[in-house]
Write a protein that binds this ligand. Structure first.
Ligand code: DX5
Ligand code: ZN
Length: 231
């Protein structure tokens, strides 16, 4: 059955002085998730949000809160984000020591929260192997994590296809999320290669009409998915 693309606008690019207005816009425009980029100034150079913002968002919206942890030592903070109301938590494989990725997934599942693992552009897909069969979602980064508004790294879609293939071989079917430089054209590209969830920052919030941008990205993704299915 055809499953529509999920669009997860990244609030990193929203107007933080008018965040509740932007979140209401996302709801009305049919965005399925709100993506929250948590950066610690250590795992990535930038410093952004933490637990208090997730707590406040949970108070004002019913949108699922998709927390992308770009932090060192994620195991310490996972319980706090769960408690704050995260629907899904993504941990970077590069931030985990031996056995920690498995622990993160178990912790999230015990709490009834979706568990996701992210790989940076230079990280091989094979780094997901220890947890792939247990993941609810894989995040393929299509820019170096740290900043919004960067350009999509060419050929990231090949990595998406590789994850789909590796998951199939492992007998798993996690959602595949792509994050970084996604707009109408790149949405179609990654959707055709198997992406299910698209994170978009700049392409939505820098648009003259952000709600129309969400619809256009969703339509582009859906169109490409339909064509890929009928091949
Ligand atoms: C980058 C973040 C992204 C980013 C997306 O480290 O994880 O979520 O904000 O922004 P755009 O869509 O502008 O690349
Ligand atoms: Zn992100």
């Amino acid at each position: 059955m055809f499953q529509s693309m999920k669009i997860a606008p990244s609030i990193l690019s929203a107007d933080l002085m008018d965040l509740s207005r932007d979140v209401a816009m996302m709801e009305q425009a049919g965005a399925q998730w709100a993506h929250i980029d948590v950066m610690d100034g250590h795992f990535v150079p930038n410093l952004t949000f933490g637990v208090p913002l997730v707590k406040q968002l949970a108070r004002i919206t019913d949108l699922p809160l998709d927390v992308h942890l770009m932090i060192s030592n994620p195991l310490t903070q996972i319980p706090w984000f769960v408690e704050a109301g995260a629907t899904s938590v993504t941990v970077h494989v590069e931030a985990c020591g031996p056995g920690e990725l498995e622990q993160a997934v178990a912790m999230l599942h015990d709490a009834g929260v979706m568990a996701a693992a992210a790989i940076k552009p230079k990280t091989p897909v094979s780094a997901l192997a220890p947890v792939l069969a247990d993941l609810d979602m894989v995040l393929v980064m299509s820019v170096e994590p740290g900043f919004s508004g960067q350009s999509y790294i060419a050929s990231s879609e090949v990595k998406v296809a590789h994850v789909v293939e590796m998951a199939r071989e492992a007998g798993a079917s996690p959602l595949i999320q792509v994050d970084g430089g996604i707009g109408v054209e790149t949405a179609a590209l990654v959707a055709a290669h198997g992406a299910d969830v698209l994170v978009c920052g700049n392409a939505v919030f820098a648009a003259t009409d952000p709600a129309a941008a969400i619809s256009a990205i969703e339509s582009a993704g859906d169109g490409a998915r339909r064509s890929a299915m009928s091949l």
